[in-house]
Ligand binder design. Sequence first.
Ligand SMILES: [Zn+2]
Length: 404
Amino acid sequence: MAQAPPVATLVSKIHSLAEAFHERQQRFLADLIAIRSYTGQEKLAVERTLHELRAIGCDEVGIDSAGNALGRIGRGKRTLLYDAHLDTNEVTDESEWPHPPLQPVIENGAMWGLGASDCKGGVAAIVYGAAILKALDLTGDFTVWVMGATLEEDAEGFALRSLVERDGVRPDAVLLAEATDLTLRRGQRGRCEIRVRTTGKAAHASQPHLGESALLKMLPVIAALDRMNSALPEHPVFGRGSQVVSLIEGPHTPNSVPSWCEVAVDRRMMPGETAESILAQIGAVVGQLGATARISDQPVTTHTGERLDGPSFFPGWYLEDGHPLIAAGLATCRQLWGVEPAVDVWRFSTDGTYSAGAAGIPTLGFGPEEERFVHAVDDQVDLEKLKKAAAFYALFPFVDSLKE
Ligand SMILES: [Zn+2]
């Protein structure tokens, strides 16, 4: 192992290694796409990732207690976690797909297939970033963990929470290889599901005067929940929060006065809003109308059979101006390509809801995938961008110590 050479030498080595690894990187991505890995069913994709992490020479490879695939490079003081998820959303109608979703094809310089843009392209980017890092054979004062994450589509952040809180890997910074089109992402809105309930008194529907309808009690509650939209918290970047009554439930007894009624509220939150603040706001409004509010529970089972149920609460986050992690992301791009990318926010939710939103770990997004292909039937990732993203992940750990 040797000390890092001058930056220009390092950058040119990384470019040529990214090129040299490009074919293996594509093969790995094609293999991942060919494996069906819906949320909670990631076992084969995890095993394939572990195989690749061993092949590129990680210093340590294994799964954590929630079944995430993990590889480690280095044993320095500063710990970086590269996270990209292996689970994909589900195909609803295969006939709409221009190519069969589980049969990867290369067309117009892009690899097509289910999960290419969310987030298997990201997995291939971080794994090959680590491959380059390993091949450089340089000492650095850093540890890099590469994580092929699980459970992201249904319960973003739950698998990462498990790694940090149950397995004790607490990184100093997290990089997420979700879709950014080689630009940077510094935050996202949060979301949560609230259940609001009214109770009444059951009676036979032939004698309604003996009962008390929880459904009728819910009507003004629904209207009040909707009216709250005009006064929800605002953020200079994300705009105003929103909430939608998305579901209504009651007893399945059509010949009775309903004794209870429950609605689900989908709430989009600003960074800084907490479960307590949300419940206080909603509770104050619906409490006057005789209703109660709580955060829903999200049931989650890992592919290894562990239950990781938790509140359906996914806080937003926003990395402030001038944060060193943004500066490092910009410097990495400047060194590699001579340009600074845009720094934006995501419209969708990511594992950053846990790392940045709940645990307060600085988190930054950078990935080769493009948002327009995410959860779309023309799901694809550009291969040139895939190679570039690996170069980014190889150089990133060095930029702090680089003299520009
Ligand atoms: Zn994703």
